[in-house]
Write a protein that binds this ligand. Structure first.
Ligand code: NI
Length: 131
């Protein structure tokens, strides 16, 4: 492990554990205060240099209105069910399902009766989700 980190950072000689102290390798998800995007839809976002993830919680029947953005988006349904609409096509997704939204393709979501939790990944980083 130490060799790996030094190989990636040849100028660093700090003991393991002090390497790159500005980085948070392990993330305290619940310690991050959520941000409400629209009523009933909250996100916690996390990013590094080239990727951003958005852990989204939707209340029962909450709606994320149809929108577009230049960033690609892939989402994993971590909990609950959601009706996703992508370029006009609708499908009910459940826990364990994955979806893909290419750049500039309109998409939106409506949570199922028990709400849902989705992990969205954006590339490149979706700057408006930094907070
Ligand atoms: Ni989106």
């Amino acid at each position: 492990m130490e060799r790996l980190i030094r190989a990636q950072n040849p100028k660093r000689h700090e003991p393991i554990g002090l390497v790159m102290p500005h980085r948070n390798y392990f993330v305290d998800v619940k310690g991050r205060k959520p941000k409400e995007i629209v009523p009933g839809v909250r996100t916690r976002t996390f990013w590094q240099d080239q990727m951003l993830v958005s852990l989204v919680e939707l209340d029962p029947s909450a709606v994320a209105p149809v929108h577009t953005h230049v960033e690609e988006q892939m989402g994993f349904i971590a909990k609950g069910t959601v009706e996703m609409e992508i370029e006009g096509a609708k499908r009910v997704l459940k826990e364990g399902d994955l979806y893909h939204v290419p750049a500039d393709v309109p998409h939106g979501a409506k949570a199922g009766p028990k709400g849902c939790t989705i992990l969205d990944v954006f590339s490149p980083i979706r700057e408006v989700l930094k907070y």
